[in-house]
Design a protein around this ligand. Sequence first.
Ligand SMILES: Cc1cc2nc3c(=O)[nH]c(=O)nc-3n(C[C@H](O)[C@H](O)[C@H](O)COP(=O)(O)OP(=O)(O)OC[C@H]3O[C@@H](n4cnc5c(N)ncnc54)[C@H](O)[C@@H]3O)c2cc1C
Ligand code: FES
Ligand code: FES
Length: 487
Amino acid sequence: MRPLRFLLNQQLRELADVDPTLTVLEWLRGPAGLTGTKEGCAEGDCGACTVVLGTPAADGNMRYRAVNSCILFVPMLDGRQLLTVEHLKSADGRLHPVQQAMVDHHGSQCGFCTPGFVMSLFALYLTESRPTRDRVNDVLSGNLCRCTGYRPIVDAAQAMYDTAWDEPVLAHAAQTAKRLLELRKDSEPLALEHKGRRYFAPMRADQLDALLAAHPKATLLAGGTDVGLWVTKLHRDLGDVIYLGNVAELHGIDDRGEELVIGAAVTHADAYDVIAREFPDFGELLRRFGSTLVRNSSTVGGNVANGSPIGDSMPALIALGARVVLRGPNGEREIPLEDLYIAYGKQSRKPSEYVVRLRIPKLAQGEQFHCYKLSKRFDQDISAVCAAFKLRAENGRVGEIRTGFGGIAAIPARARKTEAALTGQPWNEATITHAECVLGDEFTPLTDMRASRDYRRLATTRLLRKFFIETTQPDARTRVLDAEVCA
Ligand SMILES: Cc1cc2nc3c(=O)[nH]c(=O)nc-3n(C[C@H](O)[C@H](O)[C@H](O)COP(=O)(O)OP(=O)(O)OC[C@H]3O[C@@H](n4cnc5c(N)ncnc54)[C@H](O)[C@@H]3O)c2cc1C
Ligand code: FES
Ligand code: FES
């Protein structure tokens, strides 16, 4: 047992007795007395609680990311640096360029959302230079403003680079990284106990295995973007918690030529570049996954392990033929991702097993892959329907087709009957019309607040047709997109 240690700005904080599921937001606004960070929704949706988290990187520098503090638990700060809106204050009383630009461009009215916007922009200021307006819009996808409107805020984002400013966080970054690495060196993995509830943060897979053997009922925690809401919204007692974010074997992105291998604890933000490069459509899907703030925390393995029927990455991964590597008491085993899901809330993963990594085959010559997310908003919205298709056409016929669907069954699923109806057939209008009928009968979608059963059934079949049109008329994609923009 050792205290939890992190830097609050440049000040070392040690907490010996902390509730494992106390959120960073609760801690900031309570014991820490830093009330600049606001609470809006407490579920990762509004961005009022945005803070910047710094993690020492392999290159000896710091990596800064904006995250939602309302669904981040305090022990997850161990070995990291936490920056809040209070830390933008400079010794000579000048406003930080991000704040000054918000003032100059009238980026605030009631001000409730403003600290969150400022912190998202501050993370952008630390990591990128003069981004485009589109990029700023992406970065701000998790910050909601009810009164100002976004144009002045985006204007501020573009103007914040104009002021000459020697940014202290960047000036101290190498030193900060060194300090944090010193803290980690020789130190035991974090283990806390508070009122009978324990929190463990193993650093290696063998430590994780031992902890799971000793605490088989413990809740596994990765980015916390699902688990955090179990606490803040469902008021669930998680019991003992094992944090996966420090386990070395769950990290790493490896391009092995014919496949990508991505560690379970890699965040969607970190996986984005390589996924978007290999599968541009999948990249676009990820750009619409939650928000930048969510993706900075949420992990590839967390989405797959949660296995929600409306989770976004599974349809694409299933259609691509991804395999999931699980580790348990008997070592590692590997299964096709679709075989992980048995029924709603039921997986073939044994209680003591966890997701180690995903193996995603790259597209072979001549294979085409598209995926589609239908939701009411462009970003920060869960899918009503998600669909993905991978096709290998041979001499105008379907050599092989793989599908992946979300939002239409109790689990993420392949439409196997539809795949069978298509395989070997000419890739033409008549085949698609027939396949639409098969697909329409293959699932029994739910009606819920996102969409009705009929909508889901129709949308699913129309997405298959859309895929057909886009693969047979090369310029159709651009035309469809233009039409959507015009509408
Ligand atoms: C505002 C908001 C927007 C969202 N938008 C989307 C969206 O657009 N699309 C979408 O699909 N999801 C969305 N989500 C849901 C969530 O972000 C994803 O499911 C995310 O991938 C979960 O990853 P995590 O690392 O945060 O998992 P956690 O919350 O830490 O864990 C999720 C579950 O997986 C288990 N787990 C985690 N890692 C492992 C592992 N390696 N092995 C075994 N079990 C593990 C945990 O025990 C838990 O049961 C959203 C969430 C929020 C709060
Ligand atoms: S309070 Fe709304 S995202 Fe955290
Ligand atoms: S200024 Fe009021 S919510 Fe943004």
